[in-house]
Design a protein around this ligand. Structure first.
Ligand code: ACO
Length: 330
């Protein structure tokens, strides 16, 4: 098989219209706008409308990414949907719903699940198909409706998350650059620290599981925080070194938008100035698999990514697991 390279030919995003402020959450649980802003950096998040789902949001983001790439849905060879909240639990995959709604009649489609790190995994998987020369155009979207699996009675989690979708079109190219390196990691002994106990094959839905609120996300916040402060700078550094670079070579770092304190800690450890680390969590909170592609799209729209720039992306999440990628914009 001939070798080929990969480029991001298009980016797109979709955020639901409805804005939910911290003040609104004050009426649901014992919290305050001041606490949420100080401890997380989040001011507001978007909430999907009742008729919106992971696949409808991914379709909207995908249309923008395809338009930027100048491609039709029928040009796509593969659709990868990164999500932890698919419209249906595996049957069918959200990927097939996106494929049908787009009219991407030539494309295969599947989902990638890796908690909030799912887009990083999807990006690396999609890029492999293109780099081997097997496929020409691959859509990778991260989309999550976290508002549907959050326990709105649990102040330890409900203040953190929001809904949204982001997408990239990966395309075969002769230009150098693209995916320079990546790191994929998992530490499954941390599984209980971030888990939705019910609804899977281990605990199918029952009256008891609903009563136990087992279909909502449970999180050991402080333990996940500790994990994240190690894994974000650590995996960015590892991926950067794999690419033969140092943090000083990074034009822009796009970290998972989970908590401003985690981001600031990583920035200090990597000795990067604030302008080289992208932040939008004040407006969207943690949109899980959508976090990185939405941020990438906004960074591009704001003129913060140029030809030959080295962009590092890094996410962590349930698993526990993580994914980092160093991308040379080409
Ligand atoms: N409002 C007010 N007080 C709160 C709230 C809230 N929303 N949440 C917790 N508190 C209280 C606690 O009860 C505790 O009170 P106490 O001292 O009386 O017991 C106090 O605040 C401090 O609690 P901590 O847990 O130490 O608070 P911390 O500053 O660590 O912030 C947070 C908690 C924001 C959850 C933090 O631990 C965090 O961000 N963790 C990482 C979470 C994360 O990134 N998750 C996403 C993973 S990605 C994925 O795949 C889904």
């Amino acid at each position: 098989m001939t070798g080929a390279n990969v480029r991001i030919a298009g980016v797109g995003k979709y955020l639901p219209e409805r804005v939910m402020t911290n003040h609104e959450i004050e009426s649901l649980v014992d919290t305050s706008d001041e606490w949420i802003k100080k401890r997380t950096g989040i001011a507001e998040r978007r909430i999907a409308a009742p008729d919106e789902t992971t696949s409808t949001m991914a379709v909207a983001a995908a249309r923008d990414a395809l338009a930027m790439a100048g491609l039709a849905p029928t040009d796509l060879d593969l659709i990868v949907i990164a999500t932890g909240t698919p419209d249906h639990l595996g049957f069918p995959a959200a990927g097939s719903l996106v494929q049908e709604a787009l009219g991407a009649t030539r494309a295969g489609a599947f989902d990638v699940g890796a908690g909030c790190a799912a887009f990083g995994y999807g990006l690396v998987v999609g890029a492999q198909f293109v780099k081997t020369g097997a496929l020409k155009n691959v859509l990778v979207a991260g989309s999550d409706v976290m508002s549907r699996i959050i326990d709105w009675r649990d102040r330890g989690t409900c203040v953190l998350f929001g809904d949204g979708a982001g997408a990239v079109v990966l395309q075969q190219t002769d230009r150098p650059g693209g995916l320079r390196s990546f790191v994929l990691g998992s530490d499954g002994c941390g599984a209980p620290k971030l888990i939705m106990p019910g609804g899977g094959s281990k605990m199918p839905a029952s009256h008891e599981s609903v009563e136990a609120r087992a279909h909502f996300l449970k999180m050991e916040g402080a333990n996940v925080f500790r994990f994240a402060t190690n894994v974000i700078p650590g995996s960015i550094l590892e991926a950067t070194e794999k690419a033969g670079l140092t943090p000083a070579d990074l034009s822009l770092v796009i970290p998972h938008q989970a908590n401003i304190r985690i981001i600031d800690h990583a920035r200090e450890k990597l000795r990067l100035p604030p302008e080289r680390v992208f932040v939008n969590l004040d407006r969207y909170g943690n949109t899980s698999a959508a976090s990185i592609p939405v941020a990438l799209c906004e960074a591009f729209e704001q003129g913060r990514i140029h030809e030959r720039d080295i962009v590092a992306m890094c996410a962590f999440g349930a698993g526990l697991c993580w994914a980092a990628a160093v991308w040379e914009w080409n």
